[in-house]
Design a protein around this ligand. Structure first.
Ligand code: NAG
Ligand code: NAG
Ligand code: NAG
Ligand code: NAG
Ligand code: NAG
Ligand code: NAG
Ligand code: NAG
Ligand code: NAG
Length: 349
């Protein structure tokens, strides 16, 4: 270990003195774009030859987007060996340099807070007599707005999520804008679960943008709008009958973003009050039906806002001693066909 360190030291000494020249060492430069308002600091150091009082460390700032004819440094500063350390200097408007070692080797830091005005600038540093080092400043672009998912409502919570179009260290937060309840939230999450007191006939509009460290953002890719309401009618309502049982089956109402269906209410004809079936169950069995009765069964879907329209179908129980099939459809006028009193089919028209 000691040997290795010694060898390294010898190598360094060779580099520094035998040749009489050395490289400028630059620490911290990155090819990644810089985030606005996130302070950056680089270090430059070097030694040209072994003598004291013979070195000058120079900083320069150049606007690389200007034509080469006009490619003059926007500002420079230079430190000679034995200069007082720790007195900051300003180059141009945005860059501050400070000497941290005045000799063997000389060492200086440059720091700045990235602003758009220095996009495409290059920071130069050299110890006079060595090859200068250049570090380009590229400011990160505005972040693309995330792609939003659908809104979903559970009983009284609005759930919404989004996917970033790119990951960037320059993301500060997402800003989610919910109109109609005038709600804006800053979050680093990629989803939002918001307690919302739903009201009928209210238009909700939600958008999300990615805000960077400087507060910049792009227009939202989409704005999701919907009007909260009670559910639509259930679909595929079917009643059939076997023995003394009536089976009722149905499907979800067609919905996209309206509040979730929490339950169904089934109205068998001999009940005034409906029977509540919690979702997602979509079947109901009415036992002990009476032969030669007509049953009109209604089903309505319920969500946080209330009860939707009732869809209904009618079945006539003519005969029960033969296992049979009977079909009706949602909102039908049933036609009863008897086949020697044994078979009954209800057809939808
Ligand atoms: C360039 O230098 C001028 C004069 O020193 C200064 O006013 C200007 O702000 C500088 N520009 C930048 C981007 O540092
Ligand atoms: C100079 O930069 C180096 C490396 O980034 C850092 O460790 C050091 O604290 C800085 N010194 C000053 C005075 O800013
Ligand atoms: C920065 O330089 C690149 C090419 O080097 C150029 O395309 C871009 O427009 C420049 N940006 C600014 C802000 O000057
Ligand atoms: C929210 O959206 C509304 C309507 O689009 C807009 O007027 C308002 O400025 C937005 N608010 C924020 C904070 O983005
Ligand atoms: C982010 O998500 C966490 C866990 O899912 C939650 O506890 C936190 O409240 C959320 N923050 C915001 C601002 O929504
Ligand atoms: C969200 O962040 C912005 C800065 O990007 C700030 O102006 C605003 O007040 C914040 N809003 C909330 C609700 O915290
Ligand atoms: C919404 O409207 C339906 C009828 O359209 C009504 O039954 C229900 O009570 C209303 N809900 C609220 C929360 O106002
Ligand atoms: C009645 O419908 C139920 C549920 O769809 C089904 O399981 C049963 O087989 C049907 N019965 C007849 C006789 O079609």
């Amino acid at each position: 270990m000691k040997k290795a360190a010694f060898c390294l030291l010898v190598l360094l000494c060779l580099l520094l003195s035998v040749n009489g020249t050395s490289m400028t060492l630059f620490v911290g430069c990155t090819s990644s774009p810089l985030c606005l308002s996130e302070p950056v600091s680089y270090m430059c150091s070097g030694e040209n030859g072994a003598g004291l009082d013979d070195d000058v460390l120079r900083w320069g700032i150049r606007d690389s987007s200007r034509s080469s004819n006009d490619n003059i440094p926007n500002g420079t500063t230079a430190y000679v060996e034995r200069t007082d350390v720790s007195t900051p200097r300003i180059i141009g408007t945005y860059f501050e340099t400070i000497l941290t070692s005045s000799a063997d080797p000389m060492r200086s830091n440059i720091s700045f807070s990235p602003v758009l005005a220095i996009n495409n600038y290059t920071i130069l540093c050299d110890i006079i007599g060595t090859t200068p080092f250049g570090c380009s400043i590229i400011i990160a672009d505005v972040l693309a707005a995330p792609v939003s998912s659908d809104i979903k409502f559970t009983s009284d919570t609005l759930v919404f999520s989004w996917t970033p179009q790119s990951t960037s260290p320059c993301l500060s937060h997402y800003s989610v804008n919910v109109t109609s309840i005038e709600y804006t939230i800053n979050t680093t999450n990629t989803s939002l679960s918001l307690p919302v007191h739903l009201t009928n006939d209210t238009e909700y509009s939600i958008s999300v943008v990615a805000v960077d460290t400087a507060g910049r953002y792009m227009d939202p890719t989409s704005k999701i709008i919907f009007i909260a309401d009670v559910p639509g009618p259930v679909t595929d309502l079917v009643i059939n009958w076997t023995g003394f049982d009536i089976y009722v089956t149905w499907n979800y109402p067609p919905y996209f973003v309206s509040p979730y269906v929490s339950s169904y209410i089934v109205y068998p004809s001999d009940h005034y009050t409906g029977i509540t079936i919690p979702a997602p169950t979509t079947t109901y069995n009415i036992p002990d039906v009476t032969v030669r009765s007509v049953y009109t069964v209604g089903v309505a879907a319920v969500n946080a806002l209330g009860t939707g329209p009732t869809a209904s179908a009618t079945i006539s129980i003519i005969c029960t001693f033969v296992p049979t099939r009977s079909i009706t459809s949602f909102s039908v006028t049933p036609t009863v066909v008897t086949n020697r009193g044994k078979l009954m089919v209800l057809k939808s028209t």
